[in-house]
Design a binder for this molecule. Structure first.
Ligand SMILES: [Mg+2]
Length: 230
């Protein structure tokens, strides 16, 4: 079972971002000011063309514009966030029951892997979030030189885990990146989250916990893990 990292297993630390950007720009900004615009920002990212960096920029721009930061101050926001990220990885929040969900999958003897468009630091982020221990392989686009939706990054994960595409399942939060990419490598994909690509032609789950619960209860049958339900 393969996973995306950002917005699937680890999430941006919105409290730290709001505190630092608010202080740097001299404006009041809270975690809630940012968090309420996450669905809108995710949509902007899903629609952005180009590289993963372009998508990340579209996400942050939409988020801070909606939170009331004027367009002519977005350069300062970017500078502030880059400094924070250099200091300590910004993708450091973990979903409420992510660790327990991953532990259930491991206890069922599944091989688990990460396929992430990242900057060479996704392993560090997973380590800091306390999730690295659950994964047999971590594939970071910056380290192998190819990013999702290119099927080669998924193939690298299959090779690392020694499994065939039709034995694998991929879980991610972006249709164009995660679902399209996994399918190009012949892997079935599940889309996480409620806001993005509402018309998507794939199966969906609200969160990792929701997905794992539905797999173990037998409500969602997926080929590599269909024998887990009792
Ligand atoms: Mg993601």
């Amino acid at each position: 079972m393969l996973f995306d990292a950002g917005n699937t297993l680890v999430f941006l630390d919105y409290a730290r971002m709001a505190q630092a950007v608010g202080a740097a720009l001299g404006v009041p900004l809270t975690e809630a000011d940012l968090a309420r615009h996450i669905p809108h920002a995710s949509q902007a990212m899903e629609q952005a063309a180009g590289s993963d960096q372009d998508r990340a920029a579209a996400y942050l721009q939409a988020l801070f514009l909606r939170a009331g930061i004027p367009a002519d101050r977005l350069g300062e926001v970017r500078e502030c966030l880059a400094g924070l990220h250099r200091e300590r990885h910004l993708w450091s929040s973990v979903g409420p029951r992510s660790a327990e969900s991953l532990a259930r999958l491991r206890a069922a003897k599944l091989k688990l892997g990460i396929v992430s468009n990242s900057d060479g630091r996704v392993e560090e982020a997973l380590e800091a979030a306390g999730l690295r221990q659950y994964f047999d392989a971590v594939i970071d686009s910056a380290l192998i030189g190819v990013e999702k939706p290119d099927p080669r990054i998924f193939q690298a994960a299959l090779a690392a885990l020694d499994v065939e595409p039709d034995e694998a399942l991929y879980v991610g939060d972006l249709y164009q990146v995660d679902v399209v990419g996994a399918r190009a490598a012949g892997i079935e994909a599940i889309l996480l989250g409620d806001g993005v690509a509402p018309e998507a032609d794939c199966r969906r789950a609200h969160s990792l916990e929701d997905l794992v619960n539905r797999i173990f209860s037998g409500e969602m049958l997926v080929r590599p893990v269909s024998d887990l339900s009792t």
